[in-house]
Ligand binder design. Structure first.
Ligand code: SF4
Length: 343
């Protein structure tokens, strides 16, 4: 449990992001965490680079309901301070906080607060000895590092551990997670790290996370984008929706357009997507470019429109229910949907 949110053991897969404000700026961090929560974020991670940031956590925690994770590297004192501040989960690697004594201190404090720990193996920061053994941050090296981190906590008597194994290379991330999941049952936090800017990062994350999710692997996830963190939530939820793992409002199906298109289908599809955003029911809406193939392609959808010359057809469950002038098509579609949903 991360505060009120379960991770693993068949719980719904959760979507996380990380604030990029200065954590010591309590107000800005709270505001951004609230924006993330409004976008559908389940868990927010916050970087704790120093003691002032750790101390700011108590005020941040007091103002928010959403579960918070403290992201800590190297300094076990910061983990202890974060626990005192009421953090809900720690992200820390026991392998890089020093002695077994320090690991036990953090493990005992986390146990006392009922707080889980995520160990995060990252291709860019693999331990030197593991890197030397494998020659490169291979999937085997990443998985071995994860096993070791879990074992270090296990030796300290701590088992409430979530694991992430991330690389910016999609296939390495995929293989490393598969290797880990073959041997261990710890919940897995998925992500392609440093995946890039909005478009390419979305594509890389969708490929990597989608592949793992299709193997039944993954309990929580973060899409890392060089963008506003809210974008990470939008993409994360879309990945779960596309994989059939989360119901999140309407599914819009739209045709790619071709030489038969006689209406501005790109604008129509964008307008439908925008207006459908306020609907929470999991209906499907097809937006098709022509009356020749559109109806057939839209047959599976609950509702649909197919454009013709200056007018379009309106569909419900694959049946034509009206012929409407192009400029009234979208209004007619949403009137019909609203009537059905309210009846
Ligand atoms: Fe082309 Fe019509 Fe198919 Fe759209 S629905 S891609 S316009 S054939």
């Amino acid at each position: 449990m991360v505060r009120s949110v379960p991770i693993g053991a068949g719980s719904p897969i959760t979507v996380q992001s990380m604030t990029n404000t200065d954590t010591r700026d309590v107000e800005a961090t709270i505001l951004q965490a609230r924006r993330l929560a409004s976008a559908g974020c389940d868990i927010v991670r916050i970087a704790i680079p120093d003691e002032d940031a750790a101390k700011a956590l108590a005020d941040i925690r007091n103002e928010l309901d959403i579960p918070l994770v403290a992201d800590i590297h190297f300094r076990h004192k910061l983990a202890l301070l974060a626990l005192e501040a009421g953090i809900d989960k720690l992200r820390i690697n026991p392998g890089n906080i020093g002695s077994a004594e320090r690991v036990r201190e953090v493990a005992d404090a986390a146990k006392e607060h009922g707080v889980p720990i995520r160990v995060g193996v990252n291709a860019g920061s693999l331990r030197k000895d593991i890197l030397a053994r494998h020659g490169r941050p291979s999937p085997e090296a990443l998985a071995e590092s994860a096993f070791e981190e879990v074992d270090v906590l296990g030796d300290a008597g701590f088992e409430n551990v979530c694991v992430s194994i991330k690389a910016s290379n999609v296939l390495n991330t995929l293989k490393a997670n598969l290797l880990f999941a073959e041997k261990k049952n710890n919940p897995l936090h998925l992500g392609i790290t440093e995946s890039g800017t909005k478009t390419y990062g979305t594509i890389k994350s969708s490929c990597g996370l989608g592949s793992l999710l299709s193997h039944g692997i993954g309990d929580t996830m973060r899409v890392s984008l060089t963008a506003d963190p809210v974008e990470e939530i939008i993409v994360g939820i879309a990945i779960l929706k596309a994989m059939g793992l989360r119901q999140a409002g309407p599914e819009i199906v739209s045709c790619p357009t071709c030489g038969r298109t006689e209406v501005d289908i790109i604008s129509l599809a964008e307008e439908v997507e925008k207006r459908a955003a306020s609907i929470s029911e999991p209906i499907s809406i097809a937006v098709m470019g022509c009356v020749v193939n559109g109806p057939g392609e839209a047959r599976e959808a609950d509702y649909g429109i197919a454009g013709g010359k200056g007018e379009g057809l309106l569909f419900r469950n694959g049946e034509i229910v009206g012929k409407i002038p192009e400029d009234q098509l979208i209004d007619a579609l949403f009137d019909m949907i609203a009537k059905d949903l309210n009846s």
